[in-house]
Design a protein around this ligand. Structure first.
Ligand SMILES: Nc1ncnc2c1ncn2[C@@H]1O[C@H](COP(=O)(O)OP(=O)(O)OP(=O)(O)O)[C@@H](O)[C@H]1O
Length: 428
């Protein structure tokens, strides 16, 4: 393996049996039971038949996966449900073996693949931290040095001597993440931690992964949260049906993922019933991109064509989220746009300037719609423009998170109104 590489995967395939119980981490006892069942089956049906039965009932969760990841790369792994993301991380972390192909990893691996992986339920938080350190091959003194930071990050000070089986799922997750991220792994594999836990903890996790990445360590991160993938990762790998269908720059991979989900619309000129194009393409800031920083003003423009003069119209610009909920609607009449008596036939270009909208990161769909004043059945709509907003996530699950000024004044005397300025902060 080349010296600048952390991971080299070559032709990995993973075959599972259909209908096999979904159990990712079998205990030694379960493995022994499985082994004896298979052995008994082999004696009864003959080895050949057993092998054949396995072939027929099997499918490939991963197929011919090859990639190289450089040391210090932070890679987002995306794909829809069942695409094979978790299986890939399990193969990389050696929890499961590939059926074919090989993986070369250079460096100590820390992984958080499922909540509490590697935790023993009967042991306390403290004991599990040291157990995980030992599994990672770290000297006890190094684990000791990190111990307080782990407990502090996880916020489990009061429960550190309680068996983890008594932890809430949130505490379990926080401790598991803290252990995986603090025990100085050279390669950190993290699977969808952000699906659980509150937004504050999610942001804390992203912050920690960022600092792991800044220290030049390699991070592989599986998530369905594209805002998190974009803020954390520089590169991406997209899986579909167990195969790599896109890899490279994270922005491109996210776009491919959205396109795969059918979220991008066509943004081609729209056509009315007669097959004539009415609206042209929708364009952001006169460019080709559809990425928008939530904190910046922007301009949307399009063209529309009228075959004959009309007495007037109302023109809308509308934003919806991915659940098709309308979020923003702005509208002007042709009069307000400067057309006096009628709007002449021909092609017209219209631009709308928006202030920073502070939308939460994610995909939005924007389109223009026109309603003619004299023919009320006549509505024309542009195709949807996929607006990809990036920036900071809201501290709670909200759509808009504007920049605000906060001031706190305090008075020593509860009866007086002699306020003294305590804090004045600007937040976003
Ligand atoms: N132990 C197993 N036995 C049999 N099939 C399995 C096993 N683990 C995963 N699979 C199957 O392999 C395929 C890939 O699963 P995997 O969990 O890797 O997908 P994923 O991309 O992580 O999905 P999600 O986003 O829903 O977590 C799925 O069809 C899944 O049902």
């Amino acid at each position: 393996m080349k010296s600048d590489l952390a991971i080299h995967a070559e032709g990995i395939g993973k075959q599972y049996r259909i209908g096999a119980q979904q159990k990712s981490y079998s205990t030694l006892r379960e493995s022994l039971v499985d082994l004896s069942r298979n052995a008994a089956g082999a004696v009864r049906g003959g080895l050949k038949e057993l092998r054949q039965r396995r072939e027929n009932n099997s499918f490939w969760a991963l197929k011919d996966i090859s990639f190289e990841i450089k040391r210090g790369d932070v890679v987002g792994i995306v794909g829809s449900n069942g695409a094979g993301k978790s299986t890939l991380l399990k193969v990389l972390s050696r929890i499961t073996d590939p059926t074919v192909g090989f993986v070369d990893l250079r460096g100590r691996v820390g992984s958080l693949l499922e909540v509490g992986t590697g935790f023993h339920p009967e042991l306390t938080g403290r004991e599990n931290i040291f157990l995980n350190g030992a599994i990672l091959g770290m000297p006890r003194s190094v684990v000791k040095k990190q111990f307080d930071a782990i407990v502090d990050f996880a916020g489990v000070e009061r429960f550190v001597d309680t068996p983890v089986k008594r932890y809430s799922s949130g505490m379990y997750l926080r401790l598991a993440f803290a252990v995986a991220a603090h025990l100085e792994p050279e390669i950190l594999l993290v699977d969808e931690v952000l699906a659980v836990g509150d937004v504050q903890f999610q942001n804390k996790c992203i912050g920690k992964m960022e600092s792991v990445a800044k220290e030049g360590r390699t991070v592989l991160f599986v998530s369905h949260n594209m805002a998190a993938i974009r803020s954390l990762c520089t590169r991406g790998i997209m899986l579909r049906s167990g195969q790599v269908v896109s890899q490279g720059d994270v922005q491109t991979v996210i776009q491919d993922y959205y396109a795969d989900l059918g979220l991008l619309g066509s943004n081609e000129p729209s056509e009315d019933q007669d097959g004539r194009s009415v609206f042209g393409r929708v364009v952001l800031d006169s460019g080709d991109s559809n990425s928008l920083n939530q904190s910046e003003p922007f301009e949307l423009s399009t063209t529309f064509k009228l075959d004959t003069a009309v007495s007037g119209f109302r023109l809308f610009c509308l934003f919806s989220d991915m659940r098709n909920q309308q979020l923003i609607a702005v509208c002007k009449t042709s009069e307000e746009l400067g057309f006096r008596d009628e709007v002449p036939a021909g092609k017209h270009r219209v631009s709308v300037n928006f202030p920073a909208l502070w939308l939460s990161p994610g995909m939005y769909s924007v389109y223009f719609k026109m309603m003619m004043a004299d023919v009320d059945t006549s509505k024309h709509q542009s195709n949807a423009f996929p607006l990809d907003v990036f920036g900071d996530s809201s501290p709670v699950d909200a759509m808009i998170n504007p920049n605000t000024n906060w001031t706190v004044q305090t008075s020593d005397d509860t009866r007086s109104n002699a306020w003294q300025l305590k804090t004045s902060i600007q937040t976003s």
